[in-house]
Design a binder for this molecule. Structure first.
Ligand code: COS
Length: 382
């Protein structure tokens, strides 16, 4: 147990571990076979309050901090990603701007159903022409009386196919750009017409596919659904990503643990040249390097989360944790496939789906290259 943890955090971690081991991992063959998420797993996650770990108690959540979230998320992330999209967003970028800058009325109206997992969220920043260069977004919001009208296209939006609530980052003043010209809005797709799913975007990861290209076709949003002040949207989006990147780092720890456990079991059980392959130094070093990667990634992730909870601005630490942990899980997954040999690349093998699923982590919520850019900029500030 980490010295910064508490009995309450450990109890929640134990609950998460039990749900993952008893229900989510046993359901994985079904997920991989059918591309659907069994309801029982989601029910257990909801009932355990996992959608509202970081949501304040007054809005129906557990009111825990980022440190608690990463400890628990590390455990949850051993499960197939299909179980995790909803709760990662509801404890992070899907709701950060609403919690940080929405009116009390909006929070009272929307947050409790998000905390319970009844309503799902998405965060719409990325566009076809604005990925790493998020400041180039073109989606426009124009004020008409008491409403804003949003037009534009967002893509690769996680939970995009079905999320009821979407935080949309749009340009409200092209002249001002990222410094005062971008604003965040909360779009409720149940009430506001014009959000069109143009495509469910299939990745190289295993299904279910939760990314979508969304077209905003003159979506009329009441002025009361603006999050924060006009022009504050880029700062809100970047602040949400500081937190989100720490959570992605925690999300890399779960698969690392799965992969290392599989490597150890395989090394002890597979016999070649008259004995278990664990006797070979080449295999031992794969395991040693993977353990070291996980240890370092965990320390960075926990530290970044802890500092964030102390009120520090952790832009650099979040990027370092995200960069290191997601690159590390890629290395571990590659070693695991290698250690499993032919079985490593078989469709029915135990690690190939993890190898495919973790690849995107080096890309979403900022590529490794963007993390390096952020770290270098912060360092060069002196
Ligand atoms: N927290 C709060 N505010 C921030 C911030 C942060 N981490 N980063 C930037 N801002 C605000 C600041 O107000 C800044 O103005 P000042 O420097 O005058 O204070 C303003 O935003 C503009 O920032 P910046 O000049 O850094 O913007 P750039 O366009 O140069 O680039 C990067 C910003 C590259 C860091 C940004 O575009 C980025 O993170 N890109 C990756 C996007 C991404 O992760 N996409 C993944 C999909 S979203 S799930």
């Amino acid at each position: 147990m980490d010295p910064r943890s508490t009995p309450a955090i450990e109890a929640l971690r134990d609950t998460a571990r039990a749900i993952v081991d008893e229900t989510l991992i046993p359901a994985e063959p079904e997920v991989l076979r059918t591309g659907t998420i069994p309801g029982e797993g989601m029910r257990r996650l909801r009932e355990a309050g996992m959608f509202g770990i970081t949501i304040p108690k007054e809005f129906g959540g557990m009111g825990m901090h980022t440190f608690a979230q990463v400890v628990v998320h590390e455990e949850l992330a051993r499960a197939h990603h299909g179980f995790l999209g909803g709760l990662t967003l509801s404890n992070g970028i899907g709701i950060s701007a609403l919690l940080a800058a929405g009116s009390d009325e909006l929070k009272r109206r929307y947050v409790p159903a998000v905390a319970s997992g009844e309503v799902t969220t998405a965060f719409a920043l990325t566009e076809p022409e604005a990925g790493s260069d998020a400041g180039r977004i073109r989606t426009r919001a124009v004020r008409h009386g008491d409403e804003w009208v949003i037009d534009g296209t967002k893509h690769y939006i996680t939970n995009g196919p079905g999320a009821e609530l979407v935080t949309v980052i749009a340009v409200t003043d092209p002249e001002k750009g990222t410094r005062g010209g971008v604003t965040a809005f909360l779009v409720d797709r149940r009430e506001m017409e014009g959000v069109v799913v143009e495509e469910v975007q299939r990745t190289m990861g295993t299904p279910p596919y939760s990314q979508a290209r969304l077209r905003f076709d003159s979506v009329r949003v009441p002025a009361s659904h603006m999050l924060g002040r006009e022009g504050e949207g880029f700062r809100l989006a970047m602040g949400a990503l500081d937190h989100g990147r720490i959570v992605v780092a925690a999300g890399a720890l779960g698969p690392m643990s799965r992969l290392i456990a599989a490597m150890v079991e395989r090394a002890k059980g597979r016999e070649q040249f008259g004995g278990p392959i664990s006797q070979f130094q080449g295999v031992q070093w794969m395991i040693a390097d993977s353990e070291t990667d996980r240890y370092a990634a965990r320390q960075m992730t926990y530290d970044a989360a802890w500092r964030m909870d102390q009120g520090e601005r952790v832009t650099r630490e979040a990027s370092m944790a995200k960069l290191f942990a997601t690159e590390a899980v890629g290395r571990v997954a590659d070693r695991a496939v290698q250690l499993f040999g032919g079985q490593g690349v078989m469709e029915t093998g135990p690690v190939q789906h993890l190898f495919r699923d973790v690849r995107v982590m080096r890309i979403y919520e900022g590529t490794s290259e963007i993390q390096r850019l952020v770290i270098a900029r912060e360092a060069l500030k002196g």
